[in-house]
Design a protein around this ligand. Structure first.
Ligand SMILES: [Zn+2]
Length: 125
């Protein structure tokens, strides 16, 4: 069985040449292992973080909440941070449970879009 052809996050076209596929990160799925994120080498700077999670954080910031997002991908953290930091969105890099264990801040709510709450004992979150 052949591996699926990755799709570019920026242009949404298949990346037929494996040497042209740049791995940008991994997003957890709501009910499965998730998926890897790729982009054509020429489109790396056009690829952004997942628009659903990004919009959720931005919407919270617009409502007066001080949201913090945690992502496994350093590239996605960089891109989302550059875009949404002016609104007050804080984006951190790391595995969420390790990140929360090391963070001293207190949160009114913890919300998972991509899997931490699905695959983790809620008591640990
Ligand atoms: Zn592309």
């Amino acid at each position: 069985m052949n591996a699926p052809v990755p799709v570019c996050r920026a242009c949404r076209e298949p990346i037929e040449d494996p040497d042209d596929a740049v791995h940008l990160g991994h997003e957890e799925g709501n009910s499965g292992p998730g998926w890897d994120i790729h982009a054509h080498r020429a489109h790396i700077d056009q690829a952004g973080p997942d628009p659903v999670a990004e919009r959720a954080l931005a919407r919270l910031a617009q409502q007066g909440v001080k949201p913090t997002g945690v992502d496994l991908s350093p590239r996605m953290v960089q891109l989302a941070g550059e875009r949404w930091a002016p609104l007050g969105v804080r984006i951190e890099h790391g595995e969420v449970l390790k990140w929360l264990a090391a963070d001293d801040a207190r949160y009114d709510a913890v919300y998972s879009i991509f899997g931490a709450a699905w695959f983790t004992d809620p008591g640990r979150v």
